[in-house]
Design a protein around this ligand. Structure first.
Ligand SMILES: *Cc1c(COP(=O)(O)O)cnc(C)c1O
Length: 402
C-alpha cells in the first residue's frame, strides 16, 4: 500500500496509543517496556502527571506570541538553566539540530565581531552526530548523511575520535570552534575520556578557540549528572541541548557564556516558535522534577544495577554481548551479532531499545524507572539472549549436518 508519508523512515510496524511511566501501550493493549525513551527524550517517562498538568494549564492561557514580545516563563527557565550550568545566557529553539546550528552561528559571529572573520572553521570528531540540517550534516561529517544532498557546507573538518594530538594539529588561525559530544550517542555511546575533554578546554584557552559541547543526548541527567561535562570538570563556552529538556515537547536551547553569546546581536539570528509559552511551561516543569532531591542519585543507582546485570549477561552470552558502555542510564551494549537482530529479539520480549553506530544498542530507560521495572527489563533482555543463543546453536547444528 502507498503511504501518504515520505519514505524517509524505516518504521517498526507498531503504533502506540498511550504511555504510562516506563511503559508504552499499543492500540490492542499490548504493553512494551520502553528502554528507548523516544531517543533520550522521555527522560521522565510517559504522561508524567506534573508535565501533563503544566502543559494543560498553559494550553488554557496562551500558546504562542512570537519573539517580538517578552516571554517571562522563558526568562525564568533561562535563569534556572544558567544557575545549573556554566552558562550566563540562553537562547531557545525547537530541536537539537537547530540548537547546534545556532551554536555554530554563534561561534562564527563571535570571531567575526572580534575582527577575525577568517575564523569560521569548526572541528569535530569522526563518528559525530549533530543533526540533519545542511550545516549539521557537514559538522557530523558522516558520508551516509551527506550523500546526495549537494556540496557539503564549507568550513567543517574532522579528526579521528578522541585523538587529542590530531585535534591540536588541526587547530589553525581559521578555527572558530571545536564542537563535540562528551559521549557520542548515535556514534555508539562512545565517551570522550575526561582527560581529553580537559585537554580540549586547555587547547581552546591557549588558542582563543571556542569549545562547543553538543549535549543534546547526554543532557538533563541521563549520564548521572545534570550535564555530562560535569563528570570531567571541563566546561564549554557554548552548549546545545534539546531532547530531554522538553520531555517530549519539541524544545532545544543554546547555553553560552556572555562573551561567547555576544556575537548574536539583535536581529542576527532567530526562530518563530523558539521558546514559546507552551514549550517554556513544559521546560520549567521538567526542571522541577529533575531538581528534586535524590533524582540524580536514583539515576546513578539505577545505572549501576543495569550495568551489573548486563555485565552478568555479557559473561553468560559472550557470543552475543561484547562490551558495556556509557555512564549511568546512558547505556550502550556493543554486540557480537548484528545490532538489528538484538533489537528484534528484545522487541519479541516486548522491550524497546535503539540501535546506534559501531554495532551498539542503546538502553535508555526513563530516568524515573523503578527498580522493579529495571529488573523486569533485564529479565526480558536475558530472555532475548536465550532465544538468540538457541537460534545460533540451531543454525550451527543445521550447518554441521548439511
Ligand atoms: C538527536 C541529536 C541531535 C539532533 O537533534 P534533533 O532534535 O533530531 O534535531 C543532535 N546532536 C545529538 C548529540 C543528538 O543526539
Amino acid at each position: 500500500m502507498n503511504s501518504p508519508l515520505v519514505p524517509n523512515y524505516a518504521r517498526v510496524p507498531l503504533a502506540f496509543e498511550r504511555g504510562e511511566g516506563s511503559w508504552l501501550v499499543t492500540r490492542r493493549g499490548e504493553r512494551f517496556l520502553d528502554l528507548g525513551s523516544g531517543i533520550a527524550v522521555n527522560n521522565l517517562g510517559h504522561a508524567h502527571p506534573h508535565l501533563v498538568e503544566a502543559l494543560k494549564a498553559q494550553a488554557e492561557k496562551l500558546w504562542h506570541v512570537s519573539n517580538l514580545f517578552e516571554i517571562p516563563e522563558g526568562e525564568r527557565l533561562a535563569q534556572r538553566l544558567v544557575e545549573k550550568s556554566f552558562a550566563d545566557q540562553v537562547m531557545f529553539c525547537n530541536s537539537g539540530a537547530e540548537a547546534n546550528e545556532a551554536a555554530i552561528k554563534m561561534a562564527r559571529r563571535y570571531h567575526y565581531l572580534k575582527g577575525q572573520p577568517e575564523r569560521y572553521r569548526i572541528l569535530t570528531f569522526e563518528g559525530a552526530f549533530h543533526g540533519r540540517t545542511l550545516g549539521t550534516i557537514a559538522a557530523g561529517g558522516q558520508a551516509k548523511y551527506l550523500e546526495g544532498f549537494g556540496p557539503k557546507a564549507e568550513g567543517f573538518d574532522q579528526v579521528p575520535f578522541g585523538d587529542h594530538e590530531a585535534m591540536r594539529a588541526a587547530v589553525t588561525p581559521e578555527t572558530a570552534a571545536i564542537m563535540i559530544e562528551p559521549i557520542q550517542g548515535e556514534g555508539g555511546v562512545r565517551d570522550v575520556p575526561h582527560v581529553c575533554l580537559r585537554g580540549l578546554r586547555e587547547l581552546c584557552d591557549e588558542t582563543g578557540t571556542l569549545l562547543i559541547y553538543d549535549e543534546v543526548q547526554t543532557g538533563f541527567g541521563r549520564t548521572g549528572k545534570l550535564f555530562a561535562y560535569e563528570w570531567a570538570g571541563a566546561a564549554p563556552d557554548i552548549m546545545a541541548v534539546a531532547k530531554a529538556l522538553g520531555g517530549g515537547f519539541p524544545l532545544g536551547a543554546v547555553l553560552a557564556t556572555q562573551d561567547a553569546a555576544s556575537g548574536l546581536t539583535a536581529g542576527s539570528h532567530g526562530t518563530t516558535f523558539g521558546g514559546n509559552p507552551l514549550a517554556m511551561a513544559v521546560g520549567n516543569a521538567v526542571l522541577d522534577v529533575v531538581e528534586e532531591p535524590g533524582f540524580l542519585d536514583h539515576v546513578n543507582r539505577a545505572g549501576l544495577i543495569l550495568r551489573q546485570r548486563l555485565a552478568e549477561l555479557r559473561d553468560r552470552f559472550p557470543d552475543i554481548i561484547a562490551e558495556i558502555r556509557g555512564s549511568a542510564l546512558m547505556t550502550g551494549v556493543r554486540l557480537n551479532i548484528p545490532n538489528a537482530d538484538f533489537v528484534a529479539a528484545t522487541r519479541a520480549q516486548n522491550l524497546l531499545c535503539i540501535p546506534a553506530g559501531d554495532n551498539v544498542v542503546r538502553l535508555y530507560p526513563p530516568l524515573t524507572i523503578s527498580e522493579d521495572n529495571l529488573q523486569e527489563a533485564t529479565r526480558r533482555i536475558e530472555a532475548a539472549c536465550i532465544a538468540l543463543q538457541d537460534g545460533m546453536s540451531q543454525a550451527a547444528r543445521a550447518g554441521a549436518s548439511a
